[in-house]
Design a protein around this ligand. Structure first.
Ligand code: UTP
Length: 285
């Protein structure tokens, strides 16, 4: 597979973070001193992709402003290192936008990318999942997509009580390398008793453009949302799809405790902040 485009769905309502997300996008909530979606843009660039499409919607203008020049700030704060760092990211990345008129689910958000992606293979990154580690999560997926010459999803073994929150894969018994599986089927948010494994799909995908055909054929589920998992199931029936366990620490910042955990994890990974955070944790708890 040859992947040169990345898609980031960011049009959801972010209800789990209300009221913080009433007037600002969830994807702009800061982790230490950068908005969550900024780390996603860094991961895209660090994985060798320079074309990023963000699916936005109502109330998401701050995302566009973030990935744009601010002539006024640049004028007021000449040679500010943080602004220069952002500018150097923007010099290497072309950011495009498409609007999802109504938040009809993750599958529908991805379907909005069809025109931009056209017939290419592409990567999807959910900004609710951030990774820390020596190799970018997306780079690991791209490597696996090349190795298997097939679509790949990221998975992680989740706690039994969390199985109901994830798309869970049914891996085949085929023996591949460590941490890699052929996906036979997938179930969205199953009860533990019905779950085919504890391997939950976690926020990174490498997909072929044929996924758009499956998304068009997908009927809305119980909450009126079009699920990506349903289209992935159809893809698995059509051609081999693989899953890999991504190396590195994963932070689920789609809910408040996960975001707090990410604040601490990302701050501890920063040489300029680590000691101060350790001291704070010692004193406070
Ligand atoms: P989530 O379901 O976690 O995000 O979707 P949400 O709906 O914004 O959050 P809650 O559950 O109400 O708190 C995962 C990703 O898919 C995007 C979201 O922006 C998020 O990045 N998404 C979801 C869309 O772009 N469009 C949708 O219709 C739904």
């Amino acid at each position: 597979m040859h992947v040169s485009k990345a898609v980031v769905p960011a049009a959801g309502l972010g209800t789990r973070f209300l009221p913080a997300t009433k007037a600002q996008p969830k994807e702009m909530l800061p982790v230490v001193d950068k908005p969550a979606i900024h780390y996603i843009a860094e991961e895209v660039i660090d994985s060798g992709i320079e074309d990023l499409l963000i699916v936005t919607g109502r109330g998401k203008r701050a995302i566009e402003d973030h990935f744009d020049r601010s002539i006024e700030l640049e004028h007021l704060l000449e040679d500010n290192p943080h602004l220069s760092e952002l500018q150097s990211l923007l010099d290497r990345l072309q950011v495009f936008y498409v609007r999802q008129g109504r938040p009809l689910g993750l599958g529908h958000a991805i379907a909005c990318a069809e025109r931009h992606v056209d017939e290419s293979d592409f990567a999807v990154l959910l900004p609710d999942d951030l990774y820390l580690g020596p190799e970018p999560a997306l780079a690991q997926l791209l490597q696996a997509a090349e190795e298997f010459d097939a679509p790949v999803v990221a998975v992680r073994e989740v706690e039994p009580e969390d199985v109901q929150r994830y798309g869970i894969i049914a891996p085949s018994s085929e023996r591949l390398r460590d941490g890699a599986y052929r996906v036979q089927d997938m179930v969205e948010k199953p009860d533990l008793a019905d779950a085919p494994s504890r391997l939950g799909v976690v926020g990174r995908y490498v997909l072929p453009s044929s996924i758009f055909r499956h998304l068009r054929a997908t009927q809305p589920g119980a909450k009126g949302e079009i699920q990506l998992t349903d289209a992935l199931r159809a893809l698995c029936r059509e051609r081999p799809v693989y899953a890999i366990e991504v190396r590195g620490e994963r932070y689920d910042i789609g809910e408040p405790i996960g975001l707090l955990r990410a604040q601490i994890g990302f701050a501890l990974a920063r040489p300029d902040l680590a000691e101060g955070v350790r001291e704070l944790l010692r004193q406070a708890f």
